[in-house]
Design a protein around this ligand. Sequence first.
Ligand SMILES: [Zn+2]
Length: 132
Amino acid sequence: MHEFSVTSQIVEAILKEAGKHNAKRVVAVHLDIGKLTFLGLEQVRFSYEVLVKGTILEGSKLYIEEKDGIVNCRSCGYEGGFQYEDDPIYHIPTPTLRCPNCGETVEIEGGRECTIRDMKLLISEDDKTDAD
Ligand SMILES: [Zn+2]
């Protein structure tokens, strides 16, 4: 399950960052997930719930913003959304690397991100001793 390992890395990164700030709890997490990652958002949410159990992330709110795929054509200067084609095998629209304008191969500009955009931490009040 691809989503589980990706989400596990995200949770690890959040815990690390929260630790740096001596956070008591993580209240909310905002993620940007590009459509070209092909991650199932429901699976990401499910994995998240499983992974945060027993950590300071337990009970936190997970917000996911889906980012559209953006391509750039060197040939004609087209920049915008992906062209989708019906996959004859799976019968689902799949993005192609063909420019919808001139048919040349385009470069991916966005949509492959999977990043932590923001998080809301609860910093411990009674823990302001001189640690360093
Ligand atoms: Zn083009």
